[in-house]
Ligand binder design. Structure first.
Ligand code: F6P
Length: 344
């Protein structure tokens, strides 16, 4: 009789809704469908460095589908990052502990940084499967990461709520949405929430043109305006995008302006049904790959088909909003100001 397969699973990088659904998808499929053993590794790659693990049973995976956060904990530990000549060889330690545990594969659930580390561990000779998550939706090689749909609902709800208070006071409201490099969340929530101005890191802006646009709106007796900005847009060092843009708007238009920074609320709480489905599907598909010894891949979605892509193709790349993306054209067509420099 062949030996039972034993897999490890970790969540790394910033948390997001759907992590527990993915852990459950991996764990239940591995235990129930394939009779594998499943080891949960604490706090991302730190757990493999410090030997902090727990065995996961079918029962311990029950009741977590709807929970936010991650039952395994997470960290931003980057084992390949050089931190000085005296530092320990973390990839070597990870390999040693992986072998000591007798793992056949390590499932790494995370964003870009995690997939890059995962690709590095493949080169070190480990069997790895990556699963893409992040509210930023910027993992290269997949059309969608889980976490994005939940964050989109939260951000859209927040923008919806700004309309009534903006209208009551006849103000301009600036809201800052997460996304250092990619503007997916700001663009989609801005469109869904009826933003008048949407600024994303991929498109530069001209503050004078934005102010002109806002003054035009005021002239047309539009009582208020909503400005949605991604946190990663150009702004002076140490200033939040929302603070900078709201001060520039108030100074340039003379209209009372307020700012809101939505922050970590976007990453908290229960995943939406779509994120539960995506995370569960990614988890199940990851284990199907493991059952076929098909390692070194990241699971992905291509339109509506779950598929996979070699990790070496993913590592180190970002999926940004392309400047010819149809959503930008749609926004432009709706007379939304995209910073004054975009033209169809
Ligand atoms: O998860 C991605 C993200 O939410 C980015 O949009 C954000 O800039 C970053 O994480 C901040 O996370 P942390 O403070 O945990 O590093």
């Amino acid at each position: 009789m062949s030996k039972k397969k034993k897999i490890g699973i970790l969540t790394a990088g910033g948390d997001c809704p759907g992590l527990n659904a993915a852990i459950r998808g991996v764990g239940k499929t591995a235990i129930v469908k394939y009779d594998m053993e499943v080891i949960g590794i604490s706090s991302g790659f730190l757990g493999l460095i410090n030997k902090d693990y727990i065995e996961l049973s079918e029962n311990s995976l029950s009741g977590i589908l709807t929970l936010g956060g991650t039952i395994l904990g997470t960290s931003r530990e980057k084992p390949f990052k050089k931190t000085g000549h005296l530092s320990i060889d973390k990839p070597k330690l990870i390999k040693e502990h992986y072998d000591e545990l007798g793992l056949d594969c390590l499932v790494c659930i995370g964003g870009n940084g995690t997939q890059r580390t995962a690709a590095g561990l493949v080169k070190e000779g480990l069997n790895i499967i990556g699963i893409p998550k992040t509210i930023d939706n910027d993992v290269w090689g997949t059309h969608q990461t889980f976490g994005f749909d939940s964050a989109l609902s939260i951000a859209t709800d927040a923008i919806d709520r700004l309309h009534s208070t903006a209208n009551s006071h006849k103000r301009i409201m600036v809201i800052e949405i997460m996304g250092h490099h990619a503007g997916w969340l700001a663009l989609y929530s801005g469109l869904a929430g009826g933003g008048d101005v949407i600024l994303i890191p991929e498109l530069d802006y001209d503050i004078d043109k934005i102010n002109q646009y806002l003054l035009e709106r005021a002239k047309k007796k539009k009582p208020y305006s909503i400005v949605v900005v991604a946190e990663g847009i150009r702004s002076p060092k140490k200033r939040s995008a929302a603070s900078f843009i709201s001060e520039e708007i108030e100074a340039g238009t003379g209209i009372e302006t307020r700012k809101t920074i939505l922050g970590y609320i976007q990453r908290g709480g229960s995943p939406t049904p779509m994120d539960r489905l995506l995370a569960s599907s990614y988890g199940a598909y990851a284990v199907d790959l493991i059952s076929k010894n098909d390692y070194g891949k990241m699971v992905a979605i291509d339109k509506d088909k779950i598929t996979s892509i070699p990790l070496e193709e993913v590592g180190g790349k970002l999926r940004l909003v392309p400047t010819n993306h149809p959503m930008l054209e749609r926004a432009f067509g709706l007379d939304i100001c995209l910073g004054g420099k975009y033209s169809e």
